[in-house]
Write a protein that binds this ligand. Sequence first.
Ligand code: URP
Ligand code: ZN
Ligand code: ZN
Length: 461
Amino acid sequence: MRKFDSIIKSGTIITAADTFEGDIGIKDEKIIQIGLNLEDKEAKIIDAKGKYVMPGGIDPHTHMDMPFGGTHASDDFNTGTVAAACGGTTTIVDFSIQSKGKTLKETAAIWREKADGNAVIDYGIHLNITDMNDDILEEIPTMIKEGYPSFKLFMTYDGMRVTDYILMKTLKKVHENGGLTSVHAENYHAIKYFTEKLKAEGKVEPKYHAVSRPDIVEGEAAGRAIKLAKLCGTPLYIVHNSCEESASEIKRAREAGYPIMGETCPQYLVLSYDNYEEPGFEGAKYVMSPPLRNKSNWPYMWKALAKNTVQLVATDHCPFFMKQKELGKEFFGKIPNGAPGVELRMALMYTYGVGGNNFDLQRFVQITSTNAAKIFGMYPKKGTIAVGSDADIVIFNPHIEKTVTKEMLHENVDYTPYEGMKLKGYPEVTISRGKVIAENGKFTGEKGYGKFIKRKAPMII
Ligand code: URP
Ligand code: ZN
Ligand code: ZN
């Protein structure tokens, strides 16, 4: 009998804790041995000499096929996960959005229907509650037991936002049952005030989206959510921190010993408000919430990522074609919010994070994979290279140089916000549960290969 199905040979293995030379033996979708000179004449040999062998990327913040502002995000679970795979990501956790009147069970079922049989990599599903009542609250324990331990609430967006009262009820209930609550932190009323004012003044171009949501709008909501979590005695995770105003709230809370965690995204580290000043309607490419910030935030945000103020980098991948963005041609408030990013997360973080001397290879693995697995209940099945873990691996070539073009990407959208950026270091081979699913920028996997991950209790890190 064959000892291994495949062996990844002679790579430099990088985990959240170590760097060492070795081989990885894979059998039945799992890593079964790590060592030197592993042999099996019948096994498929994957040569990794001179390359980094790292845990496959985990992106815990995507919006495949998300309904927004009368349209839908243009990547579905098939196209979006193909793009993720080609970019070195082997797991996503996507946000299911509760429609008015739907139960959480129904919401999860709707998202499973989108994902099951379509995704090419494994996936978990967060429950994004928009319509809370006592019955929904009572569903939370069951949903956690069924593998949906993470919940999100919007503090802004008409039709989806919840009150502070609902936030507190959710924080408590989720925590009591072993789950984790996240928030999209922006102050709804301040945004409404600025949006109305700008519109009345005829300031309707895409850049005013950013003007309507200044940094303090985010910092205030993040600080308030943290205080509510303190009052409830619960942990809290804050998604897509874009600026010092919000990240400093997390820092202060963590330094005082509170279990507050969060993420940032590549766009807040390498893009800025200046992008909104691009000519014509080009600024619409960057309309997302929170918006891109002044560059002066970059050093703080890189440091926040390096020093564990925020624990990971997610993409908030939520693409819309320019035709869809044109829903807001006359008024920024109607531009669907979101931008693509799932395919470039690993390369951007390597180039500008490791290459930019912002952190080392261990931190790279922590923020792109291990910490997401820990926080969102998938560790050590996912997020590490260890005997017994799923063989979700990326072979990363630190020498590949590329200039980003839309054409090289697989995302189902007609632009990339990163067009023209220089990259040094790119994923070469992506392996999902032992199977090579992408190689040299080409997808080699199959539709429906991805499995739903029944996630466990979150870890506070
Ligand atoms: O602009 C964004 N971020 N769109 C996706 C929905 C969200 O708020 O995460
Ligand atoms: Zn959000
Ligand atoms: Zn999002």
